[in-house]
Design a protein around this ligand. Sequence first.
Ligand code: G3D
Length: 201
Amino acid sequence: MYTLLSGLYKYMFQKDEYCILILGLDNAGKTTFLEQTKTKFSKNYKGMSLSKITTTVGLNIGTIDVGNARLMFWDLGGQEELQSLWDKYYAESHGVIYVIDSTDEERLSESKEAFEKMITSESLEGIPLLVLANKQDVENCLSVPDIKTAFSDCAPKIGKRDCLVQPCTALTGDGVNEGIEWMVKCVVRNLLRPPRQKDIT
Ligand code: G3D
């Protein structure tokens, strides 16, 4: 009886947990995006003033619940010397959000290099990838088609994994709900898929 009741309790109240990495160059807007996400998806969360956010050095963490899914975010620092730490987190992750500063054309090739290195990691094979074209509120910023063109030779390396390029303004929250809801749908669907051959031991 206890087993039956505890099974029922778990079925009704226990959430499936997913780890989501937030990556991208420094100053792309990763922490602003995380704060905005927590504000939108956590009822009692009183976010910090977005204007007080400074660039990530180290790691920011956040958790939100969406339906039966609990998303745990790791916002990793994007400075060149911190990028070498990204792959330590890959094996534990269920999804990646890659943030691009659409106003920074000068560093777009640097961002593409970091992106390319990240997607070629075997540990991220099959993991859903949400690319945010952030800072769309700024006049004359790069559009989603501009960014897709600049990143077009990465397409073969993205392969068959779920991938969405989403226009976003982390500062106001535009595009945040769409991106998070897409990610939830993908990670939940991925969990229901049969394991990849190399995962079977
Ligand atoms: P990071 O965590 O990727 O390093 P942050 O980036 O979240 O610290 O953001 C870096 C700067 O970009 C911040 O400005 C922040 O306000 C700004 N920013 C983030 N998202 C947006 C956006 O959607 N639109 C605009 N216009 N700016 C954004 P400061 O001036 O504090 O450096």
